[in-house]
Design a binder for this molecule. Structure first.
Ligand code: ADP
Ligand code: MG
Length: 252
């Protein structure tokens, strides 16, 4: 576990991210309904569920770009958002990665990764080289995005998101734009880098296989609610109901 793990008075590690009873209503319908989640430092929690079940809305509330109608968000045991109080997105120390991870086309790979970094030129350069080394792209440091394949661009986007050392990474279906052949490889590499960097990760996916491969913990979501939460192996072996069985049955 990351050395900077916060602990409570009894010495118990505090979750890096904790969401309590989060709720969001659109047009009179709760699309996120009483969602509670925890992510420990250095761990990957997958929010897994079919399209339309409320995953992205949950992530957007945690990122701070969407307001919740009820519930609280805590980071390292500190309240960062409820319905009366709100730390702005840019001060949440949260990294984001989405499917359309658009890099800045007019900036080099190095400039893309350094974008938004603070510090001296040398410090920024060192961080850029470190991250591009971790994702295996040092040779492309002076290239431009259009000279890279989709998978390579994705690795640059990961580096860019991790550059400011976010304590939390929110990833919304980040691999769904990649072809099958690449996807497993990039999932594994991404997991390696995330673990090395020590971020707590909340990964949204509708693919059970991806959750099984990447998660330390899975939160199974349906119709706005978390219906089951636990270790991947446990959920796979003991799905809570027939719908969950069906959902996992695609995995070969
Ligand atoms: P997922 O990411 O799991 O596919 P979303 O969180 O994107 O699901 O959406 C959950 C539900 O909320 C969907 O039915 C979607 O149509 C609805 N929804 C999302 N955003 C809005 C919005 N801004 N206004 C109205 N309905 C929305
Ligand atoms: Mg979504």
């Amino acid at each position: 576990m990351a050395p900077d793990t916060a602990r409570d008075a009894a010495g118990t590690p505090v979750p890096r991210l904790e969401v309590r009873n989060l709720r969001r209503v659109f047009d009179g319908r709760a699309v996120v309904d009483d969602v509670s989640l925890r992510v420990m430092p250095g761990q990957v929690t997958c929010l897994l569920g079919p399209s339309g079940c409320g995953k992205s809305t949950t992530l957007r509330m945690i990122a701070g770009v969407e307001m919740q109608d009820a519930g609280e968000i805590h980071v390292d045991g500190r309240l960062i958002c409820d319905t009366t109080f709100r730390v702005p997105p840019e001060r949440r120390n949260i990294g984001l990665m989405f499917q359309d991870f658009a890099l800045f086309p007019h900036l080099s790979v190095a400039e893309n990764v350094a974008f938004g970094l603070k510090g001296s030129k040398a410090e920024k350069r060192a961080r850029v080289e470190q991250l591009l080394g971790e994702v295996g792209l040092n040779r492309f440091i002076e290239s431009y995005p259009h000279e890279l394949s989709g998978g390579e661009q994705q690795r640059v986007a990961l580096s860019r998101a991790l550059a400011p050392r976010p304590g939390i990474m929110l990833m919304d279906e980040p691999f769904s734009g990649l072809d099958n052949r690449l996807r497993d490889e990039i999932r594994d590499l991404t997991l390696d880098v995330l673990k090395k960097e020590g971020a707590a990760v909340l990964l949204v996916t509708h693919e059970p296989e991806e959750a099984m491969r990447m998660a330390d913990e899975i939160a199974l979501m349906r119709d706005g609610r978390i219906v089951q939460q636990g270790a991947p192996y446990n959920i796979y072996n003991a799905p809570i109901d027939r719908a969950a069985v069906g959902f996992f049955s695609d995995i070969n």
